[in-house]
Design a protein around this ligand. Sequence first.
Ligand code: G3P
Length: 227
Amino acid sequence: MKLPLLLTNFKVYEKSTGLSAVSLAKIHDEVAKETGASIAIAVNTADLKEVIAAVSIPVFCQHIDPVDFGAKTGWIPPKLVKNLGVTGTLLNHSEHQIPDDVLQKSIEAAHAAGLFVVACANTPEKGAQIMKFGPDLIAVEPPELIGGDISVSKAKPDVIKNSVSLIGNDKVLVGAGVKNGEDVRIALELGAKGILVASGVTNAADPKKAILDLIAPFNTPGKAPNN
Ligand code: G3P
């Protein structure tokens, strides 16, 4: 996965699921093509097939379970989503936390299926502990800032610094309350290699403009944002 990375988590807002998931995914795809920025999206399992058919950017599954094909009603086998064309998975999001032993097995099962793994952590310390399970990236998000208007970059810059020092260079995404290019610039300056964002894009009046603003600090070779 090329870094820095913008990973938009569509969550399961009404405006980012179903047909709206496909339109929002296409906007991300368009910006990635126009700018060359590394952009990926995490969508609900129910929307994977249609979204994957509509875009060329990496599509993540918001969760997988450590199970194989078989008698596993309602579970999400990583091999199943890999076969659909999924690139990676988000695991242990603050809104979908799983016990450590299950997380470790989920990371192993995702890798065995060929999926890229972004594991989430509420704190730098928890991120460092989860890093031992071997995910590809850790996304650190202070839960109290998720969905709010104050970004982790402005409210808790030490969380970013500590995450990079405890988890490692080239391993840390940060998120929570990230709304604009200034938030992203601060995060990158503090050593993060990308952003996990949701409401800053899903609730934006003009999602394309919001994405262009967020990736402006990436300094990609492509066309400069025109906003
Ligand atoms: O997964 C990203 C998320 O938890 C952050 O949400 O709305 O604060 O960007 P938001």
